[in-house]
Design a protein. Structure first.
Length: 133
């Protein structure tokens, strides 16, 4: 149960032949994402378990989930953008129902992220699920 934005992203990843192209695309997604205002880079919004500094600011309006996020590492900013594509616009119930590991596996991330990045990605997913819970 992914958003149409994530489906489009998965199609783009399928089109990209090698991991280097996919990696560059992840970085481009991070660059295109608006930065989080420094006022929200506070301990309460910081995601623990990430090697890089990561902040996620959840937003729920009219029963729909969204969030803003930022990191001091460009690849992680790209991972935040991917999660935004996966979750943004879903209801809280839908957010809880998303099988994030399966959806992210469609992008081939599991095989190409370091264990630290994978742990950080799991921590971000867990934070999103907790917020929706």
């Amino acid at each position: 149960m992914a958003t149409q934005n994530f489906e489009d992203l998965a199609d783009t990843f399928e089109f990209l032949d090698d991991w280097e192209d996919r990696y560059r695309h992840v970085i481009e997604l991070g660059r295109a994402m608006p930065p989080l205002d420094d006022a929200f880079k506070v301990p309460a919004l910081k995601v623990q378990g990430c090697a890089s500094q990561v902040w996620l600011r959840p937003l729920v309006e009219q029963g729909r989930f969204d969030f803003q996020g930022d990191s001091d590492a460009m690849i992680v900013r790209g991972l935040i953008a991917i999660l935004h594509n996966l979750y943004s616009g879903l209801t809280l119930e839908q957010v809880r129902a998303v099988d994030a590991p399966a959806e992210l596996a469609r992008l081939g991330l599991n095989d190409h992220l370091s264990s630290q990045r994978s742990n950080g990605l799991r921590a971000m997913v867990e934070r999103i699920r907790q917020t929706a819970g």
